[in-house]
Ligand binder design. Structure first.
Ligand code: PGA
Length: 249
């Protein structure tokens, strides 16, 4: 299993001055920490500047979305070759906000997953159920269907170069983290289908709950939204992942 991963998802937040200060603090804070990979997924306009700031640091660059097409008449879209040119190592694919607010289908998500890998960019494939789906007992059905759509369009071997993030929609940005038991159940379900793939949990991960989540047998790290915008919080979460890596081996 490759090293654990803690990835920040800034969503549509930031400005050039704030980004610089945040990244300076994070880069300095992770300098002495080993055994966990760290990344930040930033808005498109900042990619070039952030790439420069992160050059020769241990913090990897990521984007939050990409087009399934390589180039062409797709106004407003950004392609995998463009992300590769800026040195993106990761890209979020199928985040629930993309699925819910922008109508991304399972098929589009599968095509984006392939487009990223085609450029050597590691997709972080996001899966997760809504509250209504959980309450109807459909969590595994929904997460399984989302995963199956990507399996159908991509060779299973490619998943060794991918990351999967379980992000229950009801836990994202709500402060309502899934319980360790709920997380482990879904991660166990995913692990049975994805032996060599890093599995992240996302959804209101905070410095207070990160240790309990990262200690779970089938959790290999986290996808962090709100807490990734505050350097001390993000660093505490990374440290929790480092400790979990030492304890779990
Ligand atoms: P959150 O977001 O940590 O703010 O809940 C997680 C995500 O959407 O990736």
């Amino acid at each position: 299993m490759p090293s654990r991963l803690v990835a920040g998802n800034w969503k549509m937040h930031g400005n050039r001055a704030a980004n610089r200060a945040l990244l300076d603090a994070v880069v300095a804070g992770i300098a002495g920490l080993n055994g966990v990979e760290c990344a930040v997924c930033v808005p498109f306009p900042y990619l070039g500047e952030v790439a420069g700031q992160l050059a020769n640091t241990r913090l990897a660059l990521g984007a939050q979305n990409l087009s399934e097409h390589a180039h062409g008449a797709f106004t407003g879209e950004v392609s995998a070759p463009m992300l590769a040119e800026f040195g993106c190592r990761y890209v979020l694919v199928g985040h629930s906000e993309r699925r819910q607010l922008y109508g991304e289908t399972d098929a589009a998500v599968a095509a984006k997953f392939a487009a990223a890998l085609g450029q050597g960019i590691t997709p972080i494939l996001c899966l997760g159920e809504t509250l209504a789906e959980r309450e109807a007992g459909k969590t595994e059905e929904v997460v399984g269907r989302q995963l199956e759509a990507v399996f159908r369009a991509n060779d299973r071997k490619l998943f060794e170069n991918a990351v999967v993030a379980y992000e229950p929609v009801w836990a994202i940005g709500t402060g309502r983290t899934a319980t360790p038991q709920q997380v482990q159940e879904v991660h166990f379900f995913l692990r049975n289908r994805l032996q060599g793939t890093r599995l992240l949990y996302g959804g209101s991960v905070k410095k207070e709950n990160a240790a309990a989540l990262f200690a779970l047998p089938d959790v290999d790290g986290g996808l962090i939204g709100g807490a990734s915008l505050v350097a001390v919080d993000f660093l505490e979460i990374v440290k929790a992942a480092v400790r979990a890596a030492q304890e779990k081996g």
